[in-house]
Design a protein around this ligand. Structure first.
Ligand code: 13P
Length: 287
């Protein structure tokens, strides 16, 4: 069932668990995430970066594929199709293309401009029943060309953006896209607590979910995080399983080169990663 992400995240925030956003890249990724969500009876958010949207030939293709797949696979759990780190133009395109949720990432603009653009996009998205995520501070590292310096979000600025009627808020708290460096300082829980107190009940979003230790994930959830984004970890699982298949020479045995066979171990590996995260985030049986 394709829905916006508002209700599923309000429920997660109120009940003390988080819904995973898993970024998709192609048909195998989408199918793996949807089937795992259904098996786990978990709500789920499919994240699409602008780069991945372009790779899949455009947002309309993605929306059509996801809607058809939900129907053909009889997916009954709530699924949101969400733009990840959208630009102003990209956000408008996804709203038009039939996404059920969008993230407008105005964190690189001065706060006044972030406020003005977020406000405009909230009005447009809400008039069509689409949920909106906004960002304050920034996520360190790089994801599909979106680069952040990792500034920790200011709680007052978070309140300014939260007050615009957005549905959930991404705030930089020392989190990083991609693998964490060995000298990573960990999440800034003081900043998270201040943001939680300033934004009263707002579901908070933790980007850079790959590689955050389980105890930090649990603490973040206890401090208002209701959505956790995972991208790199599924890519690593997929790559490792595919490498193992090829290194074992299985693509050369029988019709092992058939793409449906060649991509199967990677597909199963994504499923295992998604299941592990849903268990950690506490969203199993919450659909
Ligand atoms: P990772 O790639 O570090 O899991 O981050 C995902 C993310 O935050 C998507 O916006």
């Amino acid at each position: 069932m394709l829905v916006n992400a508002t209700e599923m995240l309000k429920k997660a925030r109120a009940e003390g668990y988080a819904v995973g956003q898993f970024n998709i890249n192609n048909l195998e990724w989408t199918k793996a995430v949807l089937l795992t969500a259904e098996e786990c009876k978990s709500p789920v958010i499919l994240g699409v970066s602008e780069g991945a949207g372009k790779y899949m030939t455009g947002y309309k293709t993605v929306a059509a594929m996801v809607k058809a797949m939900i129907e053909e696979l009889n997916i009954t759990v709530p699924v949101a199709l969400h733009l990840d780190h959208g630009s102003y133009e990209g956000t408008k395109k996804c709203i038009e293309a039939g996404f059920s949720s969008v993230m407008f990432d105005g964190s690189h603009y001065p706060i006044e401009e972030n406020v003005a653009k977020t406000k405009e996009l909230v009005e447009l998205a809400h008039s069509l029943g689409i949920s909106v995520e906004a960002e304050v501070g920034s996520i360190g590292g790089e994801e599909d060309g979106v680069v952040g310096r990792g500034e920790v979000a200011d709680a007052n600025e978070c309140k300014m953006i939260a007050d615009l009627g957005i549905d959930f808020l991404a705030a930089g708290i020392g989190n990083i896209h991609g693998k964490y460096p060995a000298n990573w300082q960990g999440l800034d829980f003081e900043a998270l607590e201040a943001i939680k107190n300033a934004t009263e009940g707002m579901p908070l979003v933790l980007h850079g979910g790959t590689g955050i230790p389980a105890d930090m994930i649990k603490k973040a959830i206890s401090l208002g995080v209701a959505k956790i984004n995972v991208n790199t970890e599924c890519q690593l699982s997929f790559a490792a399983a595919t490498r193992e298949y090829i290194e074992a020479g299985k693509d050369q045995q029988g019709k092992g080169y058939d793409p449906r066979k060649l991509l199967l171990p990677g597909f199963e590996a994504i499923k295992a990663t998604v299941k592990e995260k849903m268990e950690l985030f506490g969203s199993v049986n919450k659909a």
